[in-house]
Design a binder for this molecule. Structure first.
Ligand SMILES: C[S@@+](CC[C@H](N)C(=O)[O-])C[C@H]1O[C@@H](n2cnc3c(N)ncnc32)[C@H](O)[C@@H]1O
Length: 238
């Protein structure tokens, strides 16, 4: 009998059919255009035991494209880790742009911080060490926050994705974009529960619920792309 757990993707190639194809994509289209500070950040992150958590450079490239398409100036980032997606955002938005970056952990942010400083973009970052949910709630209490953000990237704490979604739809302006990462959860969303490794089961459950909910949400236009571990791009319609 086929071992379906083998279909769970844990390697860097994400959900692509082969490691070679992923390498081809990176070498041809991504690495030649990846800014130097981001290469440096990847290099210092590579030795971290949880290096796999970092946003992949191909997902980063799409994110940069989306940021420029919406002329993002004010953004929110949930889940910083060593700062790949954060630095990418900081390098992409204008000099007077601002990122509200939230993470429970200061230690991992500190790993990337010297590179962020060297790149001259630290002034665009407001790093908040906290659970993300209360920060979003606090932002919503501020009178000028509603509808004032252009872009959000959510890459932490699966359990709360739908809670983040409700708050982010208020914080984003109409036409603004929120990107959710890991929305195919290693391919487990399409697997019978009994085939999924125990540690991935809660994520499988929450991701399936999230995907159903986003697909049924009339307030947004969506694109569910099989990039990296799956990303869902949502544009606020009204
Ligand atoms: C997948 S990593 C983020 C990767 C990052 N976007 C990058 O490009 O490297 C997830 C991060 O979320 C943080 N995190 C987990 N739960 C959180 C929560 N409830 N609120 C805020 N941050 C959280 C973790 O500390 C971790 O650094």
């Amino acid at each position: 009998m086929e071992d379906k757990t083998k279909k769970v993707s844990t390697s860097s190639k994400g959900l692509l059919q082969s490691e070679e194809l992923y390498e081809y994509l990176l070498e041809t289209s991504v690495y030649p255009r990846e800014p130097k500070p981001l290469k440096e950040l990847r290099a210092v992150t590579a030795t971290h035991p949880r290096a796999m958590m970092g946003t992949s450079p191909d997902s980063g490239q799409l994110m940069a494209m989306l940021l420029t398409l919406v002329n993002a100036k004010r953004t929110i980032e949930i889940g910083v880790f060593t700062g790949y997606s954060l630095l990418l955002t900081a390098l992409t938005i204008p000099d007077d742009g601002k990122i509200t970056a939230i993470d429970l952990n200061w230690d991992t942010y500190e790993i990337g911080l010297p590179i962020i400083k060297k790149a001259g973009v630290e002034h665009k970052i407001n790093f908040i060490q906290s659970e993300a949910l209360p920060v979003l709630d606090k932002l919503l209490e501020t009178s000028d926050s509603e509808g004032s953000f252009d872009f959000a990237f959510v890459d932490a704490d699966k359990i709360n994705y739908l809670n983040y979604h409700e708050r982010l739809l208020k914080l984003l302006r109409v036409g603004g974009i929120v990107v959710y990462d890991n929305t195919l959860w290693g391919g487990t969303v399409a697997m019978p529960e009994e085939s999924v490794p125990e540690w991935m089961k809660p994520g499988q459950h929450y991701t399936i619920e999230l995907n159903k909910s986003l697909a049924a949400d009339p307030r947004i236009q969506i694109s569910h792309a099989p990039l990296g571990d799956g990303i869902t791009i949502c544009k606020r319609l009204y």
